[in-house]
Structure formats: C-alpha cells, structure tokens
Design a protein around this ligand. Structure first.
Ligand code: ADP
Ligand code: MG
Length: 729
C-alpha cells in the first residue's frame, strides 16, 4: 500500500497525545528561564550586581565575574536535570542554531567532574564554516565566534530527549562583521533609542530611554505527519509544488474563528505550555481563514526579546508538533489557491516614563508628541519603502506579495479616516507666519479629534502592508517563516534616521528664532507634504491601486532578486553605515547571501518538481494510460463499435497530452537550470532562476500535473491530495 493510503488509514487510529494539564499559567511562566529573579537565588551579591548591570546596559559580562555567573547558571540548570549546554544563535539561514557540549569533563588526573567555565559562557567558536557568510569569513578570517548577549536570558530547552541549557548569543566573524540577524538588530535598536530620546526631550526632559516594541502574529498550517511524509515536496521545500485544489477549500469561510479541531487543540495547548515555561507570553490562538490554518500571538515585548521569542517559538512549534504526529508548516504558501501565511509585526516605541509614543495622548502637548512620532514613521516608510521591501523579500514570500494576495508588493501606509483628517488639517493650517494663538488653537483641535481614534478601532484595512491600528503600526508584509529581525532592523533604523533629520530640521528653525512648538509643527507639516504619496486608504489588492501607485511613482517590485537591489543602493549604504548597522562589505555580503538563498530555494523546488513528475506523476499516469489502452483494445477486439469506447479514447487522449507536455516541460526546465547554473554573477543567476525557471515553468508544469491528478484513477495516485491534507486530522 502506498504511503498515502497508509497515512489515511492510520489517521483513524491516531489517538490524541495526552497533554500536561497545567493549573495556572503563572505557575509555570518563565520556569525554564534564568531570570534576574532566579539569578538572585543562585548568584553571590557581587556576581548578581555584575549581571544586572550588564543586562541593563547591554554590555558584555565582566570577565572576572564570568566564572561565578557560569557556576550559578550551571547550578540552576542542574537542579532542573540539565546535562548539556549550547550557545543559541540566529544565523542567516533563517533558523536557529545550536551546538551542544556537556558539562561533563575530566580533570588532569582523570577524575570526572561537571563544570561550566566563564569562558564557555561568554564566548564559543562553533565550527561555523558552513553558515552563510557572503564571503565575509573567506576574505577576512576563517573563524567566527558566538558571544553571549546578556540582555537575552539563558533558558532551558526541554523538548525531546535530554534538557539543554541555551545561551542566547550573537554570531560574529573574528574581524567583527556580524554573521547573524541579532547583532545588527541590537545596533538598530540602539540607534532608534538615541534618536527617539533626543526628539522626546522636546516634549519631556525626563525621558532617557526609548525601546521599540514588537508583538508578532504567527500564522501557520498544521497537517497530519503521515500525510506530510507522503509528500516529498513538503518534506523538501515546505510547500506543495503540485496538488489540484479540492472541491471545497475556504469559500464557505467556515474555518475562520471556528472551533479548533480537537487534535490541533491538544497540540496548541502543548506548545503553549512549553512556550510559557520559556517565558514566551502567548496570549491569543485562533483558526485562520484557510482550512488547517491557525494563528497565535503574544503580548508585545521589547523588540530584541520579541524576536528571540519568535525564533524560539517557531522551533518549539516544530518540535512539539512531532510529539503529536503532526507537522507545522511555517512556509508562506504551503498550498496554492488558498490563503498563505504571514507574520504581522505590530510595532511601536515606548519611553522609560511609560508612554507609548504611537498612542494618542491625553493632553494637547502629548498629542503633539504622538503626531511627531506618527508622522516621522510615515516619512521613514516613504523615504525607505524600497529598503523595507527588501527586508521582507524571500523566495517563499514572493508567493504572497504581489501574487494576488495579502498584501501587495507596493509599500504604502494606511492611517484611517480620523488621522487622515488630522494630517489634512495640519497641512492646510500650519503656515510660516503662524503665531502662538494659531498654534495653540490647532493643537487643541488636533487634540479634540484624536480621541475619536480610540473609538475607531474598527477602521481597519486588511489589505495594507503597513497599517496604523490605533496605538501601533502593523507591518503585515513580513513572511510567516521569516526571522522578524530583518524587518525590525530596517524599520527601526529608518525611523531612527528620520528622527535624526527631524531634530536637525526643528533645531534649524529654532536657531532662526522660531518658537520650539511652532518649529515642530512646521517640520511636521513639511514631512506630511513630502510623504503624502505613500498614504493609501483604499483596497490594496485591486488592479486600480497598482495603476494609481504607478502614477504616484511608488515601486511595485514583485520578485526577490530585484527587490534585494534596494539593499545596496547608495542611499541604503549611507543609511546603514551612518547608523553603524552594517559596513559596506557587510551589506554586500548580506545581499549576496539573500540572493544565494533565493537561488537555492528555487533550485530545490525545481528539482523536486522534476523528480516528482518523473517518479510519481508520470508512472501513475502511464499505469492508468495502459489500463485505458487495454480496455479500448479489448472492446475493439470483441468487435464493439467505436462509439462504445469513444469516451475512454477521449480520456486517453487527454492523459497522453498531459503526460507529453509534463515530460517535455520538465526536460526543458532541466536545460534552463543547466544554463542558469553556468551564470557566474549571483544576481544574474538569481534573476535567471526567477524568470527563466520559476516564472517560465512552474505554473505550466503544475497545470498539467494537476490535470492528471483529476484524470488518473485515485488508487494510482500516491501523493496525498489537497482535501486530505487540509481536512483530515
Ligand atoms: P489585532 O486585532 O491585530 O489582532 P491586537 O490588539 O490583538 O490586534 O494586537 C495584535 C498584536 O499587537 C499583539 O501581539 C499585541 O501584543 C501587539 N501590540 C499591542 N500593542 C502594541 C505595542 N504598543 N507595540 C507593539 N505591539 C503591540
Ligand atoms: Mg493584527
């Protein structure tokens, strides 16, 4: 029996995996994290002080204290049954990486002991030569090292066999180039902090720190593991390269917010429990639009912690799914014809005085501060839309952006009707000759119209890639499998850059003798005018918007190789360099790495398409072709008239045509791949993979294969069908 039918049969035998029934979330929350509270218990006063000051200032751990801290962490970890430790990091592959070492070692006289030295806590040299480096390590220095980022606490991974102490680290080359997602993110957050504090101080001198905040919403699919294993394409690429849509998919909209299927529910509770232990503050869970699609979201946190937590969650979700004989699909587009998955990044900024800078205020003064940060964010997106587009570009995300699905590849900002009106008022009423009476009048008017915002939570536009949703912006174009760090690095650095310019512009007016608040209003007005064209309130999916955007001069780059160009323009280089995020060579290296990732992903998809066509689809079709041919031959032989087998003949002709087309196209695709592989320039090669392979062949081959799926006897078809993967569990 084929894997497909085996899997279907096994489904009815599958029992729900019992899930640990936690009493209260608060009882387990953070129990696997070395929090400062835990540190208090396990560290000496001296070591504890040293650790907290490193955490607060994001500084490296003091070497002299490292041994003590490491011992404390080991004592805690061992009290929980941990035997191994690893530096945990987020390399540019997009997943997380670990290399386990045990605490166990031998003394010089052979006595076995457990130990964890300070050096091992602070720094490690993983053999990282096969992580992507874009040539950085090749040119400068062969080795890279991981270094503890104390702002992110150590944690225990307790899924599967054994428990492991994980030390969150950044990953850098010996010459200091960052080789991961985390190091540049931390730099961007520092740039934002500095720029935002400066601007805050116009309004409130007490602000000394601004932290960007992130609340992601993770969408995913869950399918049965047996069915998953019978689909080599899912196994290799995370998406189905073939599969005819099922008679029913999402048109009834009966899955959205419907009751969660029992088996998935058990899975959710299980991964939530593991997440709580790891301090990931998950809050919501629900069904999504497509069948078998779900979403979870946490309470928002500071960006760097939120990014770690999302990376960790993706790993936890995958591990726990296997425990339930399920597979979680984090790919942006696992199934054609139904909704894909995204990861909305809700983003805002918070001061150390407890103010959310994107929340409308209670007084005219705080509302001017709100307006300042609000308009600066819009200006940043306007000025650097291309860099934002590049930050979310990936082979899997190309299946969403611009492919008739949420959201379009055009970067625009939705702000809702009330704020549109506020910006309109500022634009028409702020003048160069404005005096203090005008100023305070306007301030009060703005203040009056803003509270309506709070009642206006329904004013949502689901088709916008970057939408204001009451007290935060929601960057919706981020892909479900992406590490949020890339998008967050860019968003935070472009806002930092814009705020820096804002401060210069306001100060220049003040120097000319303008009153501070009037200078601020005039600069805000100038920014509104300069960035107007990025604002769009209508239907982002419509043809009309694509046309309108073109007229406005907004870019609509639909493919990754071209979208990535924006990483290495003069503008981008100066943005990243002047804010100390990436040097020239780091940026070039990242560009190269992203292109290579694209090439590899499309290459693997193309290979699996070819392989599945020749080893699954064609044999099944030919078997059925033979059955039909023999049938016709037999009917003919016994002397029946042609009319008695004309339908069989018709089907046979169709099958034969699709077989030939599939086979020819696959041959041609292989040729195209050979040509593309010969291209030396990485960018040219990526473009060839996109234009000459993906765009030229993928849909075409799939069309014929999917037709065959409908024609061929179901018993001959060994690949699980869409209806089975999406509806059986
Ligand atoms: P939605 O209707 O889009 O689901 P929610 O209010 O449920 O909106 O919030 C979605 C996400 O936005 C959650 O993860 C939440 O924590 C996050 N969020 C709320 N406020 C902020 C903020 N100030 N900064 C960052 N994220 C936030
Ligand atoms: Mg949302």
């Amino acid at each position: 029996m084929s894997l497909r039918f085996n899997a279907i049969q096994n489904l009815s035998l599958t029992e729900n995996v019992p899930v640990e029934n936690s009493s209260k979330i608060t009882a387990i929350f953070g129990s696997n994290v070395f929090t400062l509270k835990t540190a208090r218990e396990f560290l000496s006063d001296e070591a504890y002080k040293s650790l907290t000051s490193s955490v607060k200032s994001s500084q490296k751990i003091d070497r002299a204290m490292a041994n003590q801290i490491a011992n404390g962490i080991r004592a805690w970890a061992e009290s929980k049954g941990v035997t191994h430790f690893t530096h945990w990091f987020q390399p540019l592959t997009g997943t997380t990486a670990e290399k386990h070492d045990s605490f166990f070692t031998l003394k010089s006289d052979g006595t076995p002991i457990e130990q964890f030295e300070g050096d091992a806590l602070i720094q490690q040299e993983p053999d990282a030569s096969s992580f992507p480096s874009g040539g950085l390590r090749a040119t400068f220095e062969a080795r890279g090292y991981t270094a503890w980022d104390p702002s992110s606490p150590a944690f225990i991974m307790d899924i599967g066999a054994g428990k492991t102490l994980c030390i969150p680290t950044i990953f850098v080359s010996y010459t200091g180039e960052s080789l991961d997602y985390k190091a540049p993110l931390l730099k961007a957050l520092e740039a934002l902090n500095k720029a935002a504090v400066d601007v805050c101080n116009y309004f409130d001198k007490n602000v000394t720190k601004v932290a960007a905040t992130l609340g992601w919403e993770q969408e995913y699919f869950v399918i049965d593991e047996g069915l998953f294993n019978a689909r080599p394409d899912l196994l290799m690429t995370g998406r189905t390269v073939y599969g005819h849509s099922s008679a029913k998919n999402q048109q009834l909209e009966d899955h959205y917010f419907g009751s969660i299927p029992e088996r998935v529910y058990a899975y959710m509770r299980d991964y939530e429990t593991e997440s709580y232990k790891l301090g990931i503050p998950l809050r919501t869970r629900h069904n999504e639009v497509a069948p078998a699609q779900f979403e979870c979201a946490p309470i928002f946190e500071e960006v760097s912690v939120a990014v770690d937590h999302n990376s960790l969650l993706m790993d936890v979700m995958d591990r726990v799914a296997r425990r339930h004989n399920l597979r979680v699909l984090l790919h942006e587009k696992p199934f054609a014809g139904i909704n894909g998955s995204g990861k909305h990044n809700n983003w805002s900024m918070a001061t150390d005085t407890g103010v959310n800078l994107l929340a409308p205020g209670k007084t005219p003064k705080t509302n001017l501060m709100f307006l300042t940060f609000f308009v600066n964010t819009i200006k940043a997106v306007h000025d650097y839309a291309d860099v934002m587009r590049a930050s979310i570009a990936s082979a899997p995300n190309d299946h969403r952006l611009g492919a008739n699905e949420a959201p379009p590849a055009i970067i625009s900002v939705f702000i809702g009707q009330y704020l549109s009106k506020v910006l309109g008022d500022v634009k028409s009423r702020v003048t160069e000759k404005m005096d203090e009476t005008d100023e305070s009048l306007l301030k009060i008017e703005i203040h009056k119209s803003i509270p309506e915002l709070l009642l206006d939570n329904t004013d949502r536009n689901r088709t916008s890639p970057f939408a204001f949703t009451g007290n935060k912006f929601e960057f919706r174009a981020v892909g479900s499998s992406a590490n949020c760090a890339n998008a967050m690095t860019v968003l935070n650095v472009i806002v930092a850059e814009t705020l820096k310019q804002f401060k210069k512009d306001v100060d220049a007016l003040i120097e000319k003798g303008e009153k501070k608040e009037i200078a601020i209003m005039q600069t805000i007005r100038q920014y509104i005018v300069a960035s107007e064209k990025v604002l769009f309130e209508g239907d982002g999916y419509s043809e009309a918007w694509a046309k309108e955007a073109e007229k406005r001069g907004l870019a609509n780059v639909k493919t990754t190789p071209l979208a990535l160009d924006a990483m290495v323009t003069k503008k981008a280089m100066s943005l990243f360099e002047s804010n100390n995020i990436y040097t020239h060579s780091e940026l070039e290296a990242r560009h190269e790495i992203e292109l290579e990732k694209y090439i590899k992903k499309v290459q693997i998809e193309s290979r699996i398409m070819g392989e599945l066509a020749t080893s699954h689809v064609l044999p099944a079709s030919i078997r059925y072709q033979n059955i039909l041919a023999n049938n016709i031959k037999g009917l003919k032989e016994i002397g029946l008239a042609e009319s008695s087998y004309s339908n069989q003949k018709q089907i046979l002709e169709q099958i034969s045509e699709h077989i030939n087309k599939t086979s020819n196209l696959v041959e041609k695709m292989i040729d195209a791949r050979k040509k593309a592989n010969a291209i030396k320039d990485t960018r040219e090669k990526a473009i060839a993979y996109q234009a000459k392979i993906k765009d030229t062949f993928f849909d075409d081959i799939r069309y014929h294969v999917d037709k065959l799926e409908l024609l061929v006897d179901d018993r001959e078809w060994y690949l699980p069908k869409y209806r089975e993967m999406l509806f059986l569990r």
